[in-house]
Design a protein around this ligand. Structure first.
Ligand code: AMP
Ligand code: MG
Length: 414
């Protein structure tokens, strides 16, 4: 008799997955190695930024009081007493009607409180003249205007982007605490599977899910352990899964989670004594997506159908791995867009359609069954159509999940 499975919603499934995530711990890495990692400590400003009042332009540092009353008919003269570039500090202190020629980034000399840009001056034998009054602190980049010492600038759990690297460097972090990365394993199951170098023979197909998931992990900055392919044979598959589950924090298998005669993952979970969080999700593709936990480790049983496998990874594996690292933004970024063409298939379950999004319009990226491979390659987004709807039409506004973005969203809004 075929086992009857009860589907749960995607949100419910996500919740069940995420509440099993345990933090994996942190490690110190060199600043140069930290791009793409998750911060395991907040970045605290060790100094003001900028650390001193400085000139934002090439020009002349003056005392603003000396410029009072300046106009086109009443140009005021300044004697230039020194000349400094960025990195230099003048030993001079400005007195009445004195100016110091100063370049962008140089510290304001003592007594100076304004900068006159070159374009606002006329040079004379002794110095310069100006034709307008300057206010105190005019054209001055103020100490601490960007960041103040002691401020928490970036929270723990943030993704380290190039700007974060700039901040870390600014504050002298030559090393930074980042979340350790979970050890992730990949095993493709299916007697029909061939390696990428194998010739096609009747009844067989090349394993595309394994390499695809490697790339999905790589996109997140992860490396993984490869467990190759296993045939649909219970004892043999069990041994591989057991070994892989022991050696990893998260094992991703593809195939074998359905109710077919050769789908052995359910039996393997049972033999392992794993807790199955769910084995049916009200979504297409990928309704057979199964997630289990054994000894505190995740076992993601993704469907063998490539589109379902791809979607299952993005929806469930990705946020789980991020949560294990204490990341603040677990979810794919979400937006709304106008549907570029009719999609009139009814949706008993929530439907995730590989799609191409151009910033305004979103359209299905071609052949749209769960076994499709081509539309994964052509898409950069997933259209999300709610379950229970009758189909959608061109110009309807729909939800979209964006793929391949550096930074995710902190909320699941669907
Ligand atoms: P399964 O989930 O094992 O029932 O497989 C569903 C479909 O996906 C079948 O047509 C399989 O041949 C195909 N499939 C399974 N594993 C892979 C894989 N690693 N790469 C490409 N297609 C696969
Ligand atoms: Mg199979």
């Amino acid at each position: 008799m075929v086992e009857k499975r009860r589907p749960i919603s995607v949100s419910e499934a996500l919740e069940r997955v995420l509440c099993k995530a345990s933090l994996i711990g942190s490690e110190k890495v060199d600043l140069e190695e930290s791009y793409g990692r998750i911060l395991a400590e907040p970045i605290v400003a060790s100094s003001d930024v900028p650390p001193f009042n400085r000139s934002p332009y090439d020009g002349y540092a003056i005392r603003s009081v000396d410029s009072a009353g300046a106009s086109g008919d009443n140009r005021i003269s300044f004697r230039v007493i020194d000349h400094i570039g960025a990195g230099e500090v003048s030993a001079e202190k400005l007195r009445a009607n004195e100016a110091i020629r100063i370049m962008t980034g140089a510290q304001l000399p003592e007594g100076a409180d304004a900068v006159v840009m070159f374009e606002q001056t006329v040079e004379t034998e002794q110095g310069i003249t100006i034709r307008k009054p300057f206010e105190a602190l005019e054209n001055v980049s103020l100490q601490g205007e960007d960041v103040q010492k002691g401020e928490v600038v970036i929270d723990c759990g943030s993704l380290i982007n190039p700007g974060t690297i700039a901040l870390l460097a600014t504050f002298g972090y030559s090393q930074v605490a980042v979340a350790k990365q979970p050890v992730v394993g990949i095993l493709s199951t299916g007697t029909e599977l061939l390696g990428v170098d194998d010739e096609l023979v009747p009844g067989k197909i090349r394993n595309s899910n394994g390499p695809m998931i490697v790339a999905q992990l790589k996109r997140m900055g992860f490396r993984c352990k490869m467990y190759g392919m296993s045939i649909d044979q219970l004892d043999e598959s069990y041994e591989v899964v057991k070994k892989a589950a022991d050696e990893t924090d998260c094992l991703i298998t593809t195939g074998g989670v359905s109710v077919g005669d050769f789908d052995f993952l359910p039996a393997i979970y049972e033999r392992l004594g794993a807790e199955v969080l769910f084995n049916k999700v009200a979504m297409r593709p990928g309704s057979v997506t199964t997630v289990a936990v054994a000894n505190g480790r995740y076992l993601f049983g993704l469907s063998g159908n490539p589109s379902a496998c791809f979607t299952g990874f993005e929806l469930f594996v990705r946020p789980a791995l991020l949560k294990m690292m204490g990341a603040g933004k677990l979810y794919l970024p979400q937006t709304k867009a106008v549907l570029g063409e009719d999609f009139t298939k009814a949706n008993p379950f929530t439907r995730f359609i590989r799609a191409s999004y151009d910033g305004e319009t979103v359209s299905p990226a071609g052949f749209n069954k769960s076994n499709a491979v081509s539309s994964i390659a052509r898409g950069n987004a997933l259209i999300v159509l709610p379950g229970g709807s009758r189909g959608f039409h061109r110009s309807d506004t729909v939800d979209v999940l964006l793929l391949g973005m550096e930074e995710g969203a902190s909320k699941w809004r669907l």
